[in-house]
Structure formats: C-alpha cells, structure tokens
Write a protein that binds this ligand. Structure first.
Ligand SMILES: Cc1ncc(C[n+]2csc(CCOP(=O)(O)OP(=O)(O)O)c2C)c(N)n1
Ligand SMILES: [Mg+2]
Length: 356
C-alpha cells in the first residue's frame, strides 16, 4: 500500500513520525512490563492505531476534549501527558496519573480534558457531554470520541450519534475499525454497513486507510473544522490493523503463532467439550468446529494483509532513513528514561511477580 500523496510539507511528516514513534515506544514498553507480570490485569495496546491517533490529535488545540476507550494511552501520549505519571498509573502506582486507581483503561487527565472508559461505546456519550460543556464554556472548542467498530452495536453509542446530530454538537466520532471485537468477527454480528448507519443518523462521514497519517489528518481536519464552525458532528471511519490482537497475550494469536504448544495445552479441554454428553448433536458440534477453523483462516489473512498496514512503516517512506532512525532513537531514549524513573515503584511488583 503506497501512502497517499503528501498534503503537507516535510517538517510535518517528520513531526507526525516523531509523534507516532513516541507512542509506539511507550506502548512497547508497557507491553514488555505486562509480559514480565508487572502490569495488573489486561493490557490493550494501541500499536497499529498510531496514524489515527496522531492524524486526529494533530487537529486538536487547547480547549478541545478527548473521550477515550480501552486503548487510551496512545492519545494521551500524543496530547502531551507526562509519560512517567502515565506509566506509573499503568503499573498501579500511587504516584500514577490517577493515584493508581484507574490502571490503563480508566485514565483521567483533567488538564488535557481527557477521560477514558473501558465500557465499550461509552466514549460517544462522554464526548457529547464534553461537547455540551464546550458550547457553554469554551465556544469554538470540540470533542472527539475514539472507539472500536464493535462499539457501533452498543445502544449508548447510537444514542450519542442521535443526540449529537439533534443538538448539532461539536463532536467528531473516530471509529478505529480492525474488524474484530475480541475473538468475534465484527461483521458476523453487525447488520448493514457501519458508515451508512452513521449517515442515516445525519452524521457527515469520511473513510480512510487508518495506517496513513496524511490521509487520516486530511479527513480529520475536514470533520474537525466543520464541527468547530458549528456545522455539526461527523464520523471518521479508519481501517486499522493491530498486530498484537485484542490484548497482550491474545489467545487467538497465541494459537496461530505457536500452534503445537497451544494444541497440547488447549487440545484436551476442547476434546472434552466436543465429546461431552449430554449436549448438542453431532452436526451442531461439527458446525461450531468449522466456525472456529474459519475464524483462524480469517485471522491469518488479516495478518498477511496487515504487514503492509503498519503506520510507522508507511510514514517512513516519506522520510529519509537517517531522519526516521534519529526519531526512533529519541523516542527510545525518552521511554528508557521514563522506565528508569518508574523502576523504584516496580520493586514491589517484581517481588510479587517473582521476577528480578
Ligand atoms: C458494554 C461492554 N460490553 C462488553 C465489554 C467487553 N469488551 C471489552 S473490549 C470488547 C471488544 C471491543 O471491540 P471493538 O469495539 O471493536 O474495539 P477493539 O478492542 O477492537 O479496539 C468487549 C466486547 C465491555 N468492556 N463493555
Ligand atoms: Mg475492533
């Protein structure tokens, strides 16, 4: 996939790449901590969504608000949240952004007008709230809502779309569509077309390849400018590929990546479930098995296509290698320094997790 024709100057390409590689470095660091057992609970990474995050947040200014979903660290990094306090929050430290009570899914940064929530679809309603407040307190400001495509089947999001149109709220809804809702293919549980559904509500819509930051930025700018000027809300639909799957340790990916060990581990349980009596008939069981197999075929296809959909690789093609390498090195150094600062807080975690 070739990047679309750059609509901006070289400086902007460098700045966008800088922002994306910072997010990637931060996300990789927290994924690594999770793998060491140092992050409590699940970890949903935004790796693969960097172009959407940067393309959209680039259009925001002071006074604009962000309502975020369960992949909220990327947008907060992009908007300038303090990385140390963010990482401390992710590991559950009292010194973290929310005193360690939120974790990575419930991050609040009042100074950035940003709030995240793990309830799928809730960011739409939160964004409407932010937009009503903006209209009264910060005229000319807008709110954006980030969510996955699975959220379009949540009533709360549809209510938010309706209210945003009825009240002409300054909101831009940003749907990051990876095609999956955990282990369910979203199209298997979705009637009609997502973008047409949004249009039926009266939202202005734009669809983009979410791995191309230039394309995302241009589409986002159109919707943001319109919303800011009182023209009404919009939906940005961005296709994305997330190589890490739903969350760190994604079971579907584990099976795909390490089939032998996983078959050994999961095989007996699956066999027991298939043969358990009483239960559904043979045909139903065979159908369920075929459905599972089809899901893996689909996932393997997604991953093959996904290799061309890495936002950083796409953005790199607009830069010379030295410039991109220098940006990667700056991001790695910044995140290494942050890791150094949280190290003290991780000592107890290491003892509990039994790692040195
Ligand atoms: C209301 C609600 N139902 C179910 C869940 C459990 N859940 C967490 S993430 C998720 C899938 C979301 O899929 P999508 O919206 O496409 O976002 P993605 O994870 O792909 O970014 C589900 C069902 C939840 N958090 N909230
Ligand atoms: Mg999804």
């Amino acid at each position: 996939m070739r990047p679309s024709r750059p609509s901006s100057g070289r400086g902007e390409h460098v700045a966008a790449y800088d922002a994306m590689t910072r997010i990637r470095a931060f996300e990789l660091a927290q994924t690594d901590l999770w793998a060491q057992g140092l992050v409590p609970g699940e970890l949903h990474s935004s790796i693969g969504e960097e172009a959407v995050v940067v393309g959209v947040t680039d259009c925001l200014g002071d006074g604009d608000a962000m309502a975020l979903d369960h992949r909220s660290t990327g947008p907060l990094v992009a908007r300038g949240a303090d990385l140390t306090s963010l990482l401390l929050e992710v590991v559950g430290s009292e010194r973290g952004l929310c005193g360690g009570s939120g974790g990575h899914m419930h991050l609040f940064a009042p100074d950035l007008l940003a709030a995240s929530d793990g309830i799928v679809g809730s960011s739409g309603a939160m964004a409407c709230g932010f937009a009503v407040a903006a209209r009264r307190l910060r005229p000319g400001s807008i709110a954006v809502a980030f969510f996955g495509e699975g959220a379009v089947n949540q009533g709360v999001l549809l209510e938010a779309w309706n209210l945003a149109v009825a009240w002409r709220l300054p909101v831009v809804f940003v749907c990051k569509d990876n095609g999956w809702s955990i282990t369910t293919r979203t199209r298997d549980v979705t009637g009609g077309r997502l973008v047409r559904r949004a249009r039926a509500f009266g939202l202005r819509t734009r669809s983009v390849a979410g791995w191309d930051v230039v394309a995302v930025r241009s589409a986002a700018e159109d919707l943001v400018t319109r919303a800011r000027g009182g023209g009404g809300p919009g939906l940005l639909h961005a296709r994305v590929h997330r190589p890490g799957g739903h969350f760190a340790g994604d079971p579907l990916l584990r099976v795909l990546q390490r089939p032998r060990s996983q078959v050994r581990e999961l095989g007996p349980g699956v066999w027991e479930a298939v043969t358990a009596q009483p239960g559904p008939g043979l045909l139903t069981r065979a159908g369920a098995g075929a459905g599972l197999a089809a899901r893996f075929v689909c996932l393997a296809g997604d991953r093959a296509r996904g290799r061309r959909r890495d936002p950083l690789a796409v953005a790199r093609r607009r830069l010379d290698r030295d410039t991109a390498d220098a940006a990667d090195a700056r991001a790695a150094a910044e995140v290494a320094a942050v890791l150094g600062r949280v190290d003290e807080d991780l000592r107890l975690h290491r003892v509990v997790a039994g790692v040195r």
